[in-house]
Design a binder for this molecule. Sequence first.
Ligand code: HEM
Length: 475
Amino acid sequence: MSVLILPPLHFLLSPFLVLLFLVTLVCNVLLRRMQSGHRRLPPGSMGWPYIGETLSLYTQNPNTFFSKRQMRYGKIFKSHILGCPSVMISSPEITKIILVTQSHLFKPTYPSTKEKLIGPQAVFFHQGSYHSHLKKLIQSSFLPSAIKDQVRNIENIVPGLLATWERMDSINTLHEMKKYSYEVAMISVFGNNVEGKEIEGLKHLYHCIEKGYNSMPLNLPGTPFNKALKARKLLNERLKKIMQKRGESGEYGGGLLGVFLGLNGKDQLSDSQIADNIIGVIFAAHDTTASVLTWLLKYLHDHPLLLDAVKNEQEEIRRERLVTRRGITWDDTRRMPITARVIQETLRTASILSFLFREAVEDVEIEGYIIPRGWKVLPLFRTIHYSSDFFPDPNKFDPSRFEVAPRPNTYMPFGSGAHSCPGNELAKLEMFILIHHLTTSFRWEVIGEDNGIQYVPFPVPKQGLPIKVHRIREV
Ligand code: HEM
């Protein structure tokens, strides 16, 4: 048995020892500073071992989580969430470095289960030449010059959809917007070549995948994730059949699929590369646009004066349409400045993609801090969009703020840099067309008083914003 012998107290308190202790402490701090040199991690807390700060993130409003830390540590700080050491960024200048000027040092990163469901060869998951090849193809299919021709097809979806709304006591806005954005996405990727029956078959499989995507990734018989994996396999087969059919007919058909199938030589893509990207684009186009459309209806409803201004703008276009007996045109959608600013402000206020995930591919030094290789890096779009430095009175829904262009790198609802959204013009076009018909031929009221938010996974008004729609005249 060992005996602990304590030194006498007067020895412990001797001035010599206190001095020795202080000198050792100072030397230690200096030595550590010298060793780390410029390799200083950003300030912040890594939380508890293993779980880090994940619980804090999930038990409070994520915006509060980020803004509290930004106030305490500044515009770049470290944390540990979802099992990963992470650096969070709320500075426009540093965001630009990560997404634009040094983007090759920060690769996009997604959980492998999500990659499996969408398809590992989809554009989002890649960097370098494969990514830029795909990106050019996708971008060219969604440029204004390409989507101009789709205005009529998109507009054709609207009367049928609105007619079902007025027949119901109430509708779940989010669900209905999802139907709309799904139909638009299908037109964009397939053109008008796939007959109804085939589209219906794809819809069921796609919804199964979507359910699994937003569930626990538990691959056990009967779980949504397991069903989604099976549906993903079947969807691949269906898509291959459609590709075969188009190939045999000698016509590649319209939409993004037509563009992919028409490639020759070294540009050609394999069937599975095509399938992963078709599914990827539908995924990217669907929930995002539906969530923003849901917010758009809520904000217009909550701001009657703005709604009147939008109605007046749209009425004028309607009058012209009726005189010339035509549907809405691309040029009409360029003459909606008030509606355009309401959409811009909706995108800022809703900030449905609150942040992105990137991963440092090597140790990177930014503003004197080191971001170690393998760490996640999160540009915090929502925090930037809600900064009063860039958007005065940020909690106010005020479309007039966009009468002046925002400062560079402060407004990024569609991302920035190499991975920025190729579908932004299509998403806005969908909104213009729906808002035109909804505000000129219908009225809507929100049912219930709940102003809450739910995450599905994007932030949306609680219960998908139940509304009652009344027709005031024919579309
Ligand atoms: C309001 C609706 C939408 C919002 C808010 C939105 C937002 C975004 C954002 C922030 C990114 C960047 C992701 C990153 O950097 O990691 C992105 C990428 C992407 N979006 Fe959208 N998006 C919307 C609609 C659409 C639509 C309609 C399409 C259809 C073409 C689309 C297709 C894509 C694709 C393919 C990417 C990946 C690009 C790449 O990795 O290079 N999005 N979107």
